[in-house]
Design a protein around this ligand. Structure first.
Ligand SMILES: [Fe+2]
Ligand SMILES: [Fe+2]
Length: 202
């Protein structure tokens, strides 16, 4: 519900969060997470941008590039998301808070908000970062067209060891056929404007 609520204020389509959540689940499954854990991850991943609720519209919906001050404001969506989601002790929200805080951290320490490096970034967030970027590049946005798959894969492989955990990216590439199947299923949902309770389950 929080995932659905968040997109009303955002340029992302509602289906983005469900598609990237499904990719996160498939990736966690490949990495050996238990069924209970990867199901929780799927729901938690959908809340990764909950903190955008707290970003003013003039920043969040600005058509052009953000200036330095606006970019600083935008980056606070990670901490705001954590502050909202960490109000609960339920395992789902604990995981969602961890993801909200850390989904823009990068393997080489160049991310935000804390510049964490390598395994200091929770594995949940390292998984979600890959699923999130893949889907962001693969979809149309008001300011860009979807990239061709080949370009996306090139970009992601070049980002191994910089943005992404190289081992998790390897796992992502090995489940790519499953990811592409999920992508097709979700794109059909988007075209048919189906409700979220139609989530295709693997
Ligand atoms: Fe984000
Ligand atoms: Fe996202």
């Amino acid at each position: 519900m929080l995932g659905e609520a968040g997109h009303y204020n955002d340029n992302d389509t509602g289906v983005h969060i469900w598609r990237m959540a499904a990719y996160s689940r498939a990736l966690a499954k490949k990495l050996g997470w238990s069924g209970q854990q990867y199901e929780l991850l799927e729901m938690a991943a959908a809340m990764h941008d909950t903190g955008k609720i707290g970003i003013p519209d003039k920043v969040l919906r600005k058509p052009g590039k953000l200036d330095a001050d606006e970019w600083r404001i935008m980056q606070t969506h990670t901490q705001i998301g954590y502050d909202i989601l960490s109000k609960s002790d339920a395992p789902l929200f604990k995981l969602a808070a961890e993801i909200a805080l850390n989904h823009h951290e990068k393997w080489d320490g160049g991310g935000y908000p804390n510049g964490l490096e390598r395994e200091n970034i929770p594995e949940s967030a390292r998984i979600v970062a890959i699923a999130d970027v893949f889907d962001a590049l693969a979809m149309n946005r008001p300011y860009k067209d979807a990239w061709p798959l080949e370009n996306i894969l090139d970009y992601m492989n070049e980002s191994a060891g910089h943005h992404f955990d190289p081992q998790i990216l390897n796992a992502f590439m090995s489940v790519l056929p499953d990811i592409l199947t999920l992508k097709t299923q979700w794109n059909l949902c988007e075209i048919n404007d189906q409700a979220v309770n139609m989530i295709p389950q693997s």
